[in-house]
Ligand binder design. Structure first.
Ligand code: KG4
Ligand code: ZN
Length: 334
């Protein structure tokens, strides 16, 4: 990035993590604090929106204060205050957006509303500060599965997306069905380490067609298999299900790179924390001669450093977001 460095406080409250971070110029993370509410939601088997909003309200001030202290930065040192303004849970988003706007009013620094998907794409740039578009990005989270050609900063083409369940949603639903608890992705990842990924040939939905995804039929295939084979090993089911998801995600990301002619591939979102996905992508992208960036786990799952990273670019390109703008639960990327 050129010009005077921008020091940004990022705030993330779109789902069940309350997070704040200070990042210089979109690349240099001074602090990143994440307070997970997973324990509060676990007994309900998924995120309860009302509980999430209330927990964000209770946590947000302390999380922001901790991010500033860890960065060694005072409020007056900030050049911008950013928050996720969509997509996400309406009540949860409003907590972060309101906090960011209040701080912007108090400090006089500009407010920047950030798209959560765009932030997941920028997480890779915090891991590899030399990384620049063009690049092909897979964002796979609890709510979305998106394949995006990033032609430049702020310039995106959605090449493919899920036609039903998101990849993370499939992990969560299958884990719940198998009695592995919430959140399901990490639970399946753990159990799968003990299983045989080739034990059960689950379907690879839409593997041969295009760049869209479908995971609902795969989830049903797991349910039907377990009903027919009640004594099957849970570890084998988890490993075989995970292998099917990973197969589809990696195949389509590499196909997207081939079709666009892009030579860099990047992953982001909670599902990018999956160990089988990371290993397989590193192997295959390497074999295909592609540059691949697989960010560390803490940058894949929800965090505020990625929000602050995007904000530096959006502020320079588009200016501040008006203080009378709200949150958009179904905000789109492009
Ligand atoms: O990006 P994220 O933290 O929040 C959203 O924006 O949704 O993604 C959360 C999703 C959940 O569905 C969770 O089960 C999944 O990411 N996830 C994983 C793993 N860690 C988190 N899925 C597969 N393997 C993992 N290791
Ligand atoms: Zn996310």
């Amino acid at each position: 990035m050129t010009g005077v460095p921008l020091r940004v406080l990022g705030i993330e409250t779109s789902c069940d993590e309350t997070a704040a971070a200070v990042v210089d110029d979109g690349r240099d993370t001074l602090s990143s604090v994440v307070a997970s509410q997973a324990d509060l939601h676990a007994r309900f088997g998924g995120v309860v929106p009302e509980i999430a909003s209330r927990a964000h309200v209770e946590l947000i001030n302390d999380v922001i204060a901790q991010a500033l202290v860890e960065a060694g930065v005072a409020l007056g040192d900030l050049d911008a205050i950013a928050a996720t303004h969509g997509p996400g849970l309406a009540g949860a988003l409003l907590v972060g957006v309101s906090a960011a706007k209040a701080l912007a009013l108090v400090t006089g620094a500009p407010y920047v509303g950030v798209n959560h998907h765009e932030a997941h794409m920028y997480a890779a740039m915090l891991d590899d500060p030399a990384l620049e578009p063009p690049m092909c990005t897979l964002v796979a989270s609890g709510g979305h599965t998106l394949l995006v050609a990033m032609d430049g900063h702020g310039s995106y083409r959605v090449l493919g997306q899920t036609v039903d369940d998101a990849a993370g949603e499939a992990f969560d639903k299958v884990a719940r069905f198998l009695g592995l608890g919430y959140p399901g992705g990490p639970a399946i990842d753990r159990v799968a380490l003990e299983g045989d990924p080739t034990a059960i040939p689950f379907p690879r939905p839409m593997l041969a067609d295009g760049l869209d995804f479908s995971f609902s039929g795969l989830k049903t295939a797991v349910v039907n298999y377990v009903r027919r084979n009640p004594d099957a090993e849970v570890a084998d089911i988890a490993a075989s299900f995970q292998a099917a998801v990973v197969d589809v995600l990696v195949t389509k990301l590499l196909r997207a790179a081939q079709e666009t002619g892009m030579t860099t591939v990047v992953i982001g979102g909670g599902v990018a924390a999956n160990s089988a996905l990371r290993t397989r992508l590193l192997d295959e992208a390497d074999a295909a001669g592609l540059r691949v960036v697989v960010p560390p786990l803490a940058l894949c799952t929800d965090n505020a450093a990625m929000i602050a990273a995007v904000a530096a670019y959006r502020l320079r390109a588009d200016g501040p977001t008006p203080l009378d703008s709200g949150a958009t639960p179904n905000l789109r990327l492009a």
